[in-house]
Design a protein around this ligand. Structure first.
Ligand SMILES: [Zn+2]
Length: 483
């Protein structure tokens, strides 16, 4: 039976597609073809894999939507103070052309040497940074506890909400990177070094592409300890540092895999995640992709088995690309399928699944330790009152642990949306249920299989099955809280 599970696309007649074992096996397959970077061989292999699994699930139509995105490849990276090299890692998507598109940039064989201005965790505006390298402490803005004011319901048998170590750990997504670099560039800085003050002792922090800012100057990440070492070395070197970096940015193809299971009507419920990654991407987001594949198998089998029946609503299973390179796939999808409605599908609801991981904490010495606790999960939703109750009950009944239901309705009318892949769909006016977690390791090479919260894979799948089933019996125009 185990050997059977390892065969993608095989009929899984003997295996419950929503079993933890089955979902875990899919997750391992996806990690096996990592890194699944957009436009890379691994990225293409991940899209091919999902396509094969959707086809094997018996969906009625499976196809790929292509979009242009941009990769980012760094070479010759280095950081030094005087004749001492500092262990550093280039900031993803730094040193790119101002239009954010393709091009080659290089500091050349002499590197870029400049005076360093150390702003610590202060403001760029309080310093003269023209012609200088800005050294700053990266801040992570949003601890888990910061979301509690939006809480509508909590299922937390592990009492993580009373654990300060869990609740005060901030996610690595919302940070001071964008605002600091924006101000530094505007004031004429020629480079930057970000100290990963709130991070464990790794500089393999593969930040996303923050698409509202093209970082045109070169940047380097250093650990907290290497930041201290750099600061200690600077006075003896005339406060100067040198950055070396060559960046190649190419136009590449982002591949979104779409699988349709026809219902009796064209009212359509999306079930989505993203298959691209920057490193192994076990939790981020092999787990989410595996949950989507599991649900495709579950519903595909429901229709195809003897005596099976069509559901009222059409189901659309999707794994997006370009999560780390600017969300071009997500935006193109919303434009084509929702805003312009250039397809037969009337999208009435969205379920987004991201990150089923364990909580990992940083020790006083900066070591990352994986615990047995679940990483807290937020479940953003803007459903009608009846579906809210059903969602809360489904969290408890299926034992989705450390889960907090968060009211997304206030975000529907903002420009920023919510910090999940469902944001574009939410802002386009579609009701959503979006499960998200922000573990510290999610952008790091440390996001490996041991971080997957194996015991929660099945509960999350059952939760989404129950939510999708509840939505299926609700008229398409009444799913959201707001009409
Ligand atoms: Zn993700």
């Amino acid at each position: 039976m185990v050997a059977c599970l390892a065969q993608p696309g095989m009929s899984a007649a003997a295996v419950d597609p929503l079993s933890g074992q089955s979902i875990h096996s899919t997750t391992a397959d996806l990690v096996g073809i990592a890194p699944r970077r957009t436009g890379s061989v691994g990225g293409k292999a991940a899209a091919d894999y999902v396509q094969k699994r959707f086809t094997g699930a018996g969906l009625d139509r499976v196809y790929v939507e292509e979009v242009t995105s941009y990769d980012w490849q760094a070479s010759n990276a280095g950081l030094s103070v005087g004749d001492k090299r500092i262990d550093a890692f280039p900031v993803s998507h730094s040193f790119i052309p101002a239009d954010g598109r393709a091009g080659v940039r290089s500091t050349g064989s002499d590197g870029r040497s400049a005076p360093v201005v150390d702003i610590g965790s202060g403001k760029v505006g309080d310093h003269d940074v023209r012609g200088k390298i800005v050294l700053f402490d990266l801040a992570f803005y949003l601890p888990t506890a910061g979301l509690l004011p939006l809480a509508e319901y909590i299922h937390d048998p592990d009492d993580t909400r009373f654990n300060p170590g869990v609740m005060l750990t901030a996610n690595p997504y919302l940070t001071s990177l964008e605002s600091t670099v924006r101000a530094a560039q505007a004031a004429g800085a020629v480079g930057f070094v970000g100290v990963l003050r709130d991070y464990f002792n790794s500089n393999r922090y593969h930040n996303e592409y923050y698409r509202k800012l093209a970082m045109t100057i070169p940047g380097m990440w250093v650990t907290k300890a290497d930041g201290a070492r750099m600061r200690a070395l600077l006075p003896a070197s005339g406060n100067r540092a040198r950055i070396d970096l060559t960046v190649r940015r190419n136009a590449v193809v982002g591949r979104t895999v779409v699988g349709i299971l026809d219902g009796k009507s064209r009212d359509t419920v999306m079930v989505q995640s993203h298959h691209d990654s920057v490193g192994p991407g076990a939790v981020e987001d092999a787990t989410g992709t595996s949950e989507v594949i599991a649900l495709a198998n579950h519903y595909g089998r429901q229709v195809k088995r003897p005596g099976g029946h069509r559901r009222d609503k059409t189901l659309m299973f999707i794994t997006f690309d370009t999560h780390f390179t600017g969300y071009q796939a997500h935006q193109a999808f919303v434009d084509k399928y929702i805003t312009r409605r250039a397809t037969p599908y009337n999208i009435v609801a969205n379920a987004t699944i991201e990150h089923v991981g364990k909580f990992a904490r940083k020790t006083d010495f900066g070591r990352l330790v994986t615990t047995r606790l679940p990483e807290p999960k937020g479940v953003f939703e803007n459903l009608n009152l009846g579906l809210k109750v059903a969602t809360a009950q489904a969290l408890a009944r299926n034992n989705v642990r450390a889960a907090t239901m968060l009211n997304a309705t206030p975000f529907q009318l903002t420009e920023t949306g919510i910090p999940t892949d469902a944001s574009f769909v939410l802002l386009a006016g579609v009701p959503i249920v979006s499960l998200i977690a922000g573990p510290m390791y999610m952008y790091d090479d440390a996001d490996t299989m041991d971080k997957v919260d194996r015991g929660q894979l099945r509960p999350v799948a059952l939760f989404f099955r129950d939510v999708v089933d509840a939505i299926d019996t609700t008229p398409g125009s009444r799913i959201g809280l707001l009409p």
